[in-house]
Design a protein around this ligand. Structure first.
Ligand code: NG6
Ligand code: CA
Length: 517
């Protein structure tokens, strides 16, 4: 009898543990889109195209109207999301060039390292753009040793595995990096990547412009691969090169493999899509699916990827055990260097929704983006106006999984878990610093409905407020009231000097203190 009792107790404890596990250690899938604006998907108001899969996530989860990324370019947002630190605090966090060394140093606490500590299998699949290799060690320039070990990289900051596009696809090279190596690299055809023309007769977007399948509009006129000229030069590595059209399929395939092989334990997948960054070259089956040109067609491709991932979760019966976060790395841009018809075919579509600015800007359109959290059974469906940001994922996921954060780690990451889960009465942030790129000294500070802009450099005060319009000159500081002026058109600094003063002091303190949590 005692034996039986002990059996029941043991089974009981196991059952309790399992259910605790699912409650506190859901699988976590962060899907980050690239350059996707607030108004680019139908659940955020787009009428010129349909994104049924992203809409499904929104209908089954919390859809945030004040969901942000922390910067209006890629590298600083990704740096901040992974580390929980504002990028303006650290040099060389601006848009990374092709040969950038690893920006996040080994041993830095990241979402991946804290989830790994909590027992998760961790992977990043997709665009990296946070540098690879060490700084100046071994070779004169440092950065990636393309033909050898690409170390450090994601594996040194908490990811068990990675399958990457090293930078962005408008930058060289077009190869996959799997863990520490370029995939399928033939040692007899070494890969060279640099910022100067390797030979007088090396074909470029300037010398062979008439052969291109997509013409460039600014920059992007160096080495040609797949009929598209890029930023930077490379030679060799031909067996390793991919076709732009196949990127999305490959990342879905690799993600499905990762999910399948980890279906029995908690996993963290950072799915870093390249859609809808330039060069927009969706798979042939998506080309022409919208009236908006390849920019719109890439949104359809992105939505397809989301559908594939959530179908895989359904098929493996993981949906109720998985927190999915959908977000973007910065706001929209139409012409970002290629003549792909994005401006000409925009029609009624408003990529940033009702907001001004976009990529490269601290106007709301630069950082306020689609942001959805779905976890069936745990998150009640709804729309939330709470302020949440990608920089808060580290602090919030640490709280969810019971991981303590050292005082010196994730210094700007707030625990907004209650808001992410849509718990009644739970609050998001009460303020957020927005920035453009790197350490440029251009900031936005949103606190409640007030929004302060600060431009430290005179050269940065030529601001593109609306993408099709000419530059507007702005003063160093501006103040807007988002409650009645979401477009940030009416600078009220002169009529609310006390508010402006308080926000200027708050921003200066956040910068000065080196931390905000
Ligand atoms: C800019 C590029 C732009 C894009 C951006 C990075 C030019 C003229 N512009 O410098 O095309 O690559 O960097 O985008 O070269 S991000 O989303 O990865 O931050
Ligand atoms: Ca981006």
């Amino acid at each position: 009898m005692f034996k039986n009792l002990r059996y029941f107790v043991v089974v009981g404890v196991l059952l309790v543990n399992t259910s605790l596990d699912a409650q506190d250690h859901p699988n976590i899938v962060v899907i980050m889109a690239d350059d996707l604006g607030y108004g680019d998907v139908s659940c955020y108001g787009a009428t010129e195209l349909e994104t049924p899969n992203i809409d499904r996530l929104a209908a089954q989860g919390q859809r945030f109207t004040s969901g942000y990324c922390s910067a209006s370019t890629c590298t600083p947002t990704r740096y901040s999301m992974l580390t929980g630190n504002y990028a303006f605090r650290k040099k060389r966090t601006g848009i990374a060039p092709p040969n950038a060394p690893a920006i996040i140093k080994p041993g830095t606490e990241t979402i991946a390292s804290l989830l790994k500590r909590a027992g998760y299998a961790t992977a990043v699949i997709g665009k990296w753009h946070l540098g690879l290799g060490s700084e100046g060690e071994g070779r004169s320039t440092g950065g990636p040793d393309w033909n050898g070990e690409l170390n450090p990289g994601p594996l040194e900051i908490g990811f068990d595995q990675c399958f990457l596009l090293p930078t962005t696809n408008d930058r060289v090279p077009q190869v996959y990096v799997q863990n520490h190596r370029v995939l399928n690299l033939d040692p007899n055809d070494p890969l060279w990547v640099g910022n100067h023309k390797p030979a007088e007769d090396h074909p470029t977007g300037i010398t062979h412009r008439d052969t291109l399948k997509m013409d460039w509009s600014h920059g992007h006129n160096s080495t040609i691969h797949n009929g598209i000229s890029r930023i930077g030069f490379y030679t060799g590595g031909h067996a390793a090169r991919f076709r732009d059209e196949d990127l999305a399929d490959k990342w879905v395939e690799k993600s499905n493999e990762f999910i399948e092989s980890n279906k029995d334990k908690p996993f963290f997948l950072f799915f870093a899509s390249h859609d809808i960054h330039v060069p927009r070259m969706p798979h042939e089956r998506f080309q022409g699916k919208t009236t908006l040109g390849y920019r719109g067609d890439s949104i359809i491709q992105l939505d397809w990827c989301v559908g594939e991932l959530i179908n895989t979760l359904d098929r493996l019966k993981l949906t109720d055990k998985t927190l999915v976060i959908f977000c973007s790395d910065n706001g929209p841009v139409l012409d970002d260097g290629y003549k792909d018809g994005a401006i000409e075919r925009i029609g009624q579509h408003r990529a940033a929704g009702k907001y001004s600015g976009g990529k490269y800007s601290v106007y709301e359109g630069g950082t306020r983006t689609p942001f959805i959290a779905r976890w069936p059974g745990r998150i009640q469906p709804g729309i939330s106006d709470e302020l949440v940001c990608t920089i808060d994922l580290a602090g919030s996921l640490a709280a969810l999984t019971g991981q303590a954060l050292a005082n010196e780690d994730c210094v700007d990451s707030q625990n907004v878990l209650g808001a992410l889960l849509g718990q009644p009465g739970a609050k998001g942030r009460d303020h957020l610093v927005q920035q453009d790129n790197g350490t440029s000294g251009t900031y936005g500070l949103r606190a409640g409905n007030w929004k302060l802009h600060r431009y430290d450099k005179k050269s940065a005060r030529n601001v593109v407020v609306e993408q099709e319009l000419a530059n507007t000159k702005v003063p160093q500081f501006q103040l807007f009231n988002l409650a009645d002026d979401p477009e940030e058109k009416n600078n009220v600094l002169a009529t609310h000097p006390d508010v402006a003063k308080a926000l200027q002091a708050q921003l200066a303190k956040i910068i000065q203190d080196g931390r905000s949590r």
